[in-house]
Design a protein around this ligand. Structure first.
Ligand code: T5A
Length: 207
């Protein structure tokens, strides 16, 4: 049995990751591919508890190091109990955010060194890297407006515009450094056009 493939969806707040993850899952199912959908931070019982701690905007001020280590602690659980077992059984894994988000939010947004993130990435992930990443990119104001339309802000969504500009820039830099793996789609176009581009990218990947 061949190993499953690992696909991640990335982008700033409200760019449409969750919406399009469901679309990609349906597309893969139509092609007879077994797939699970998961997310970060989260994906296991313990990792979801860590997610809750990370997103809680009423908690005490969270130090940058605590935030980074919590994210990688959740990731370690997720890889061991969900991602690796699925891939080993030939099941594809579709994940809402992964380590590119750490380079974007903790690296870009919080100004943590990329070398520190890379060290933790190697420690926690070994050789595991996504096979394909779709980066949904939109001007910061558009994504924030969509996310805030829900009327509820988590600890990250309460950050200022300049934080999200740094996040966006760091995501685009990740794409520049990994052009084979990371495919950018403009997320400020109508959903039907975003999904047409997704089909082109996933279709090419399947071939
Ligand atoms: N985090 C995470 C880190 O700091 N470091 C890390 O390493 C990781 C993994 C997690 C938070 O954790 C942080 C980053 C995050 O702040 P989250 O819930 O995963 O939070 O991320 P959010 O971005 O907050 O998720 P959202 O649900 O807000 O955004 P989505 O999933 O990108 O957007 P979605 O699909 O819910 O769409 C938002 C709205 O826009 C509409 C949808 O219908 C929906 O109403 N929409 C469109 N409208 C018009 N045109 C389009 N093209 C549209 N696409 C979607």
């Amino acid at each position: 049995m061949s190993r499953g493939r690992f696909i991640t969806l990335e982008g700033g707040e409200g760019v449409g990751k969750t919406t399009n993850l469901a679309f990609i899952k349906d597309y893969l199912h139509q092609h007879g591919i077994p797939v699970i959908v998961t997310r970060e931070p989260g994906g296991t019982g313990l990792a979801e508890k860590i997610r809750h701690l990370l997103l809680d905007k009423d908690s005490e001020a969270v130090s940058e190091h605590a935030e980074l280590l919590l994210i990688f602690a959740a990731r370690a659980q997720h890889i061991k109990h969900v991602i690796e077992p699925a891939l080993a059984r030939g099941i594809w894994v579709l994940c809402d955010r992964f380590t590119d988000a750490t380079y974007a939010y903790q690296g870009g947004g919080r100004s943590m060194r990329n070398s520190t993130i890379e060290w933790l990435e190697n420690l926690v992930q070994g050789n595991l890297r996504p096979d394909l990443t779709v980066l949904l990119d939109a001007p910061v104001e558009i994504g924030i407006e969509r996310a805030r339309a829900r009327g509820f802000f988590d600890r990250f969504e309460a950050e200022n515009i300049s934080f999200f500009e740094h996040v966006r820039r760091a995501y685009l830099l990740q794409a520049e450094l990994n052009p084979e793996r990371i495919k950018i789609i403009k997320a400020n176009q109508p959903l039907v056009d975003v999904q047409r581009e997704i089909i082109n990218i996933i279709g090419a990947f399947l071939r």
